[in-house]
Design a protein around this ligand. Sequence first.
Ligand SMILES: NC(=O)c1ccc[n+]([C@@H]2O[C@H](COP(=O)([O-])OP(=O)(O)OC[C@H]3O[C@@H](n4cnc5c(N)ncnc54)[C@H](O)[C@@H]3O)[C@@H](O)[C@H]2O)c1
Length: 347
Amino acid sequence: MERVRLALVGCGGMARTHVARFAKVRERMELVAAVDLVLERAQAVAEHFPGARAVRDYREVLDDVDAVLLVLPHHLHHPIGLACLEAGKHVLLEKPMANSERQCLELIDAQRRSGKVLMIAYCMRYHPIVARLKELIDSQAFGEVFQVSIWTEQLTQYPADHWAADHRTLGGGQLFSHGCHYIDLLLWYLGRPLRGVHLGTKLGTPWMDWEGTSNVCIEFEGGKLGYHFGTWGARGTRLGYSIHAHCTEGMLEAQISYGDIMREQEGKSRLLFLRSGKEELLLESEAGKHTENEMAHFLDCIHYGKQPLTDGPGSLQGLRVIWRLYEAEHQGIVADLRGLGLDQFEP
Ligand SMILES: NC(=O)c1ccc[n+]([C@@H]2O[C@H](COP(=O)([O-])OP(=O)(O)OC[C@H]3O[C@@H](n4cnc5c(N)ncnc54)[C@H](O)[C@@H]3O)[C@@H](O)[C@H]2O)c1
């Protein structure tokens, strides 16, 4: 099988995470170009891949590649994603898909017209612990799930002139930028949402122009509840990144990454089952973002014509939930979250 020729567009912070895992998929994929407006960043990536070019403008390399990985500021996801699909390239696009509903619909439409793969890089879905939790919830291995709670506590601070410090380029606040991973997971675990609330605050994160801390509560079909607490203002943490799934026979606890107090356990993610007087380790995996699994799935979609697990329509549904939650928060009401999937809602 031919190796997929890939260009990495955007060689900043998250790109380094992707690049660190490329070696694990090198039999199926070859980095032929690294692109960044800041040429030194592109060069710093390209020098690790023999023969790879470093350029400032992605249009210079489109003729030489089959696929692009876009790791760009959010306001560039739409124009550059669209241009790459229209040029007939497969696109792995960092989350969130785009900053407005119209932009997302245009990307979905461009994907359909091109017949190429458009996959959104919701890397948490490809984390072994997160994926195993989904299997256990779906198979009702520990009874019926009735509450999933997700915590993400971190200190994330951008300089005032950074694109992520401005909601016009970020697309919103912490919930939109980072919480989109966890709204996506709640929908994946719990199904169709009915209603919900978001309360956010800028307190504690004065470098943000929208909220830096979010609390989300959502009711799903069948009476199941989802909760998400995310902050970019944590000066200390115990839960770090954690998921608790309460089921009728016990609780499943995913410790994705650990907080300050549990430092001795760093380096591993764990899935545990807890029931009064009993704690069982179900799965342990390397901590960190498993972007090699995400890339392997993208390559499978290209090679075998599979539909991405994290495709455009599913990703748009999660963003619609976030936009409805923001609107309802401004109006001081509970958001109606029914009918937000592309199968349920025609634009
Ligand atoms: N999946 C995750 O866990 C995760 C974590 C962090 C960031 N991200 C996502 O990755 C993306 C990038 O975030 P980041 O933190 O790496 O940002 P960053 O600012 O560190 O990197 C963005 C890079 O894009 C470059 N760039 C800007 N305009 C460009 C253009 N027109 N052409 C080429 N390069 C251009 C910048 O020079 C910069 O190097 C965002 O979508 C973000 O949400 C995902």
